[in-house]
Write a protein of this length. Structure first.
Length: 109
């Protein structure tokens, strides 16, 4: 299996807390803990950035993902639109600018 075949990129864009807790976060964490995928990346995109910036339970869950080895990233432009780039960085998320790569989502992996 090649590196990309054993990689998972999860893009979390929903501002719905229930979607985060009962689907996206649970699947992402278990994907890493249970070895379903070797390389697991979690991208915070859009309204999810705003929600994460104010929800301490989601922030704690995110730290579990980070501690398990999930790579945490966010789109700088999207985070800037919600004025949360600094907060995401405080949470240990690598806030990146995809425009610098000029390749769309392909630059994430």
């Amino acid at each position: 299996m090649t590196e990309k075949e054993n990689s998972l990129v999860v893009v979390w864009s929903s501002g719905d807390r229930e979607v985060a807790l009962k689907m996206v976060f649970m699947y992402t964490l278990n994907s890493k803990l249970k070895g379903w995928w070797e390389d697991v990346r979690f991208i915070v995109w859009g309204p999810s950035a705003k929600l994460l910036s104010v929800d301490t339970e989601l922030q704690e869950y995110l730290q579990k993902m980070r501690n398990a080895g999930v790579i945490l990233e966010a789109c700088k432009k999207c985070a800037d639109l919600y004025e949360v780039s600094a907060k995401l960085e405080e949470l240990g998320i690598n806030v990146k600018n995809p425009a610098l790569k000029g390749r769309g989502l392909g630059w994430w992996y």
